[in-house]
Each structure stands twice: as structure tokens, then as C-alpha cells.
Design a protein around this ligand. Structure first.
Ligand code: KIV
Ligand code: ZN
Length: 529
């Protein structure tokens, strides 16, 4: 497929690239991404399932809470090495050593600025003073921990001749990983390849250490630069799930890993990541930080494996490889690549109708196609339930898809007493039948969801719930994705009250499931030969 061969020269012998994940340190440092210990533990478990080599769990000296979170992760998580960041001073290094103490495999990652700006404006230290601090403190860290990583912060803007002196001082003092940070996201792929070549070929002791890249995304080049560093000899990439991190973020773990895997013919290296755990990890992070994954995000966005254009859908249905270079399943994403919308063609509509369990003739698809296009013009995406309405000839609705209408929501929370939260829900069926059900739950909304499922007789579980308060309009927009027997249905609603919006979106999704469950198999037309 691809012809250019990798120029990996002397590094070909060592083709394992370690994945050093800094979601819980650099990622967590970014505004809007701070995490509680419980949240960090959820992400750490996802990182362990991914089989990352190193988890940088935090910055122990930053706060007692951060130190405690690192210690919890060090106690609970097996598999990856657990690391803590530390400034290049004894207090920070001791705090890091204490926090990672419970881990089976541990690392202290210590750093100091080396560029002229950092030396003069921030540290007010001379070159020699910094070199002495490196020798002394890396050795101190090494006495506390066998595995020490050293980073000359702002390495990219550090004079080469001085950078190599700093690197050599750290190696001499016992660092086993030398991380080269592009702290401000300034470098370019060509430049960073050359820098890694220079350091790996010229630094005294380079053969005995791992060189690592740590790139920021200020110019949108963090992944490209990290991959270019690998071409120059880096054998560790520092990255974060969903690319979170200071300012524009760090190198995105999923993008770097999948680039190395998909273009192994080019890079000639491997990682030990279980790529099928990528999407679950990305989702877990999005949930605990309340930062949704952008729809068009490479690898993990909802659109990453979705096709709406008719020509693309036709190609993908014939052979996925026409428009896909990776399988959704390879990154752990449920495969649902055909999105029905106004650009879709008859091939895609017929394929989805068949997947929903209907046997229909080609003529039937021809007949419903104009109505499908009209429906697609009114909404962004034609859902399965919308399609069922067309196929069953039940296309005229009051905007609802499904037989149930919400009539009353009563939520009860007893803050003082010990009664469990409960909800009473009243709904009406298209036949005119009314049902009221009371259910308990972890909270009142959870109880309401259970009551809706009981009324509709749909075994649903909430999968995701997004709530957006639109201050200018004084409304809450909700989108619920409900899982029913392994399938996902999504419902949207807009209400003044947050609870009403959540429940209404849930009802919309459950209604779709009810419509499809009632409609599937209703038509027994002979499939065209
Ligand atoms: O960006 C940076 O320089 C860092 C270092 C602490 C490695 O995050
Ligand atoms: Zn950083």
C-alpha cells in the first residue's frame, strides 16, 4: 500500500516505544480537567487496561490531595510503572518518593528549565548552577528510586551545546530516561527529528538510556512532532488521553498509538498498547472530567468511523477499506459507521432496514426513499426509529418517535431522613392507556429512569447523559443515550428545568427502543432476488 520505507537506521534494533501517559498530571493541570482521587482512579484503571508502560499519576508536591491520589493509584493499580513529577529540589523529590512508595514499579520524574528564558527570567540561575543542581538532585532522586527520568524543561528553546551538557549531567547522575519537552509547542517535525538524532548520537551515555518526547499542541503539531521524535530515536512518547494537557494540550495518546500501529510499515516500531481499550478510556476520561469528546476528534470522535455521504456509504458497504484505514473495533468503538442523513443513498437505507430485521423488496426502498429524504431534510440524522416509522407506513407523528407520551414527573429526595430517593412517573400510550409507576434509585433521576423503563417495558440503562444550560434562552438541552440489550438509542429534549430535560430525553430514547422492538419483523415482504 505505502511505498516509502522508514529511515530508522541504528534504532531499528530497539523497536519498542514506551507509552508514558500523563493524563493524570499534565492533563489534569489544564483548566477544566482537575479530577478527584476517585476520578483519577477510574482513569488509572482505564490506563492499566490499555497496558500503558508508565502512568504519571500526578505532582506530589503540588498539594496534599495530589500526593494522596498518587499514593492511592500506587496502591491500587498493578501493571504499569507509577510515577510522580517533582521539581529539581530535595523537598519535591522526597514528596514524590513518598507518594509512589506503595507501587511495585515506580518512577520519579524530575525537571528544571534549561532555556535562556527559563534560566534568566524564571529561575535566575546561571548555566553552571543549573548543571550542579542536575548532578546533585538527580543523584538524590536515584538514591530514593531506581527509575529516574529527567526533563530539561523548554528543551526545544535551549541552546544545543548547553542542552547536551544538561542531558549528560543527568545521565552521569543516574537518570535512565531523558525526556525532551517541547514545553511551548514550538518545534516542527523536521527540527525535532534532527534534535533527537543529535542527542542520541552525541550525548555521552546515550546508549544506556531511553530518550523520550513530550510535545505540546500549541501549533497543532504535538502528535506529528512526537512521531517525528520517534523517527529521530525517541523510544518513549509522553501523551494524554484525548490530547488533554496544558493550554492546547499534549500529544494525543490515541492518535500517536494508532499512527504507530496503522503505519507500522513506515515507523517500524511497536507499542504494547491494547488498542481495543482506547475508546473506553477516552469515554471514561470524558465522563469524569465532564468534557465531551469532540465529534470530529481523530480516532475516538463519533464521526471518526461514520459515513453519511451516499458515495462513501456505497463504498464502505461494498468494502470498508475504500474509506477506512482502521477498524472501529480495533479502537474498541462499537461499529455503526453508516449515519443516515440527507446525503445518504438507497444502498445505505436498504442495508440499515435489513440490519433492523426487516425483509423488504427493492421496490419498497424505492417507495419510501422520497419520504426518507424529506425526513432527513428536517433532522440532522435519521434514527432507526424514524426509519421504522417509514417502513411500517407510520411516518406522520407529532414529532415523537415511539408510542409513549410523558404526562407527569414527580421526584422525591429526603435529605434529612433515610428514605431512598424515588420517583413517580405517569405516561400515556398512543392507545390512550395511562400508567403510573413509582421506583427507587441512587438519586431521583435514576429512579425516574427506572420508572420510565418499567412503564415502557424496555430493559434500558442510561449510557450517557449530556445536559447543557443555555443561559441566553433560559432552557436546558439534554441528550440521553440509552442502552437496551446491547443497542444504543438516543433521545433529545429541551426544558426549562434540568430534571424535566433529563427525564424527557430519556423518554425519547426509550420510546425509540419501544418503537423498534414493536416494529421489527412486522413486514414480511419477499426480499428482491
Ligand atoms: O511541558 C513540560 O515541559 C512539562 C515538563 C514538566 C516535562 O510538562
Ligand atoms: Zn508538559
Amino acid at each position: 500500500m505505502i511505498t516509502e520505507q522508514p529511515d530508522i537506521g541504528d534504532v531499528a534494533a530497539n523497536n519498542h516505544v514506551k507509552i508514558f501517559d500523563t493524563t493524570l498530571r499534565d492533563g489534569e493541570q489544564a483548566p477544566g480537567f482537575s479530577m478527584s482521587t476517585d476520578a483519577k482512579l477510574i482513569v488509572a484503571r482505564a490506563l492499566s487496561a490499555l497496558n500503558v508502560d508508565i502512568i504519571e499519576a500526578g505532582f506530589a508536591a503540588a498539594s496534599p490531595g495530589d500526593a494522596a491520589a498518587i499514593a492511592t493509584i500506587a496502591r491500587e493499580i498493578e501493571g504499569p510503572t507509577i510515577g510522580s513529577l517533582a521539581r529539581l529540589n530535595k523537598g519535591d523529590i522526597e514528596a514524590a518518593a513518598r507518594a509512589i512508595e506503595p507501587a511495585k514499579k515506580k518512577r520519579i520524574h524530575t525537571f528544571i528549565g534549561t532555556s535562556p528564558l527559563h534560566r534568566e527570567a524564571k529561575l535566575k540561575m546561571s548555566k553552571d548552577e543549573i548543571l550542579r543542581a542536575i548532578s546533585e538532585n538527580v543523584a538524590f532522586a536515584r538514591a530514593a528510586c531506581n527509575d529516574v527520568e529527567f526533563s530539561p524543561e523548554d528543551a526545544i528553546r535551549t541552546e544545543r551545546a548547553y542542552l547536551i551538557e544538561a542531558v549528560e549531567a543527568a545521565i552521569e547522575a543516574g537518570a535512565s530516561t531523558i525526556n525532551i519537552p517541547d514545553t511551548v509547542g514550538y518545534t516542527t517535525p523536521e527540527e525535532i527529528t534532527a534534535l533527537f538524532r543529535f542527542l542520541t548520537e552525541n550525548a555521552k551515555g546515550a546508549d544506556g538510556v531511553t530518550f523520550s518526547a513530550h510535545c505540546h499542541d500549541d501549533l497543532g503539531m504535538a502528535v506529528a512532532n512526537s512521531l517525528a521524535a520517534v523517527r529521530g530515536g525517541a523510544r518513549q512518547v509522553e501523551c494524554a488521553i484525548n490530547g488533554i494537557g496544558e493550554r492546547a494540550g499534549n500529544c494525543s495518546m490515541e492518535e500517536a498509538v494508532m499512527a504507530l500501529a496503522t503505519r507500522r510499515d513506515f515507523f517500524g516500531v511497536t507499542t504494547q498498547i491494547d488498542t481495543t481499550k482506547i475508546y473506553p478510556a477516552s469515554l471514561a476520561l470524558a465522563r469524569v472530567t465532564h468534557n465531551p469528546i469532540p465529534r470530529n476528534k481523530a480516532i475516538v470522535g463519533r464521526n471518526a468511523f461514520a459515513h453519511e455521504a451516499g458515495i462513501h456509504q456505497h463504498g464502505v458497504l461494498a468494502d470498508k477499506r475504500t474509506y477506512e484505514i482502521m477498524d472501529a473495533e480495533a479502537v474498541g468503538m462499537p461499529s455503526n459507521s453508516i449515519v443516515l442523513g440527507k446525503h445518504s443513498g438507497k444502498h445505505a437505507v436498504a442495508a440499515r432496514v435489513k440490519a433492523l430485521g426487516f425483509k423488504v423488496s427493492r421496490q419498497k426502498i424505492e417507495d419510501i426513499f422520497p419520504a426518507f429524504k424529506r425526513l432527513a431534510d428536517t433532522c440532522r440524522e435519521v434514527t432507526d426509529a424514524g426509519l421504522v416509522r417509514l417502513i411500517t407506513g407510520n411516518a406522520e407523528t407529532d414529532g415523537r418517535i415511539g408510542p409513549w407520551r410523558m404526562r407527569k414527573t414527580e421526584l422525591h429526595v429526603d435529605f434529612e431522613g433515610d428514605k431512598r430517593p424515588h420517583a413517580r412517573i405517569t405516561m400515556e400510550h398512543d392507545t390512550g392507556a395511562r400508567r403510573s409507576v413509582i421506583e427507587e434509585g441512587e438519586g431521583p433521576i435514576d429512579a425516574a429512569f427506572a420508572a420510565v423503563c418499567a412503564i415502557a417495558n424496555v430493559p434500558g440503562h442510561i449510557h450517557t447523559l449530556d445536559l447543557n444550560h443555555i443561559a441566553a434562552e433560559g432552557v436546558v438541552r439534554a441528550e440521553a443515550v440509552v442502552e437496551v440489550e446491547g443497542k444504543h438509542y438516543s433521545g433529545k429534549a429541551q426544558e426549562v428545568d434540568i430534571a424535566d430535560a433529563a427525564v424527557a430525553a430519556f423518554v425519547a430514547a426509550v420510546n425509540q427502543a419501544a418503537a423498534i422492538r414493536a416494529g421489527a419483523g412486522m413486514i414480511e415482504e419477499k426480499a428482491a432476488s
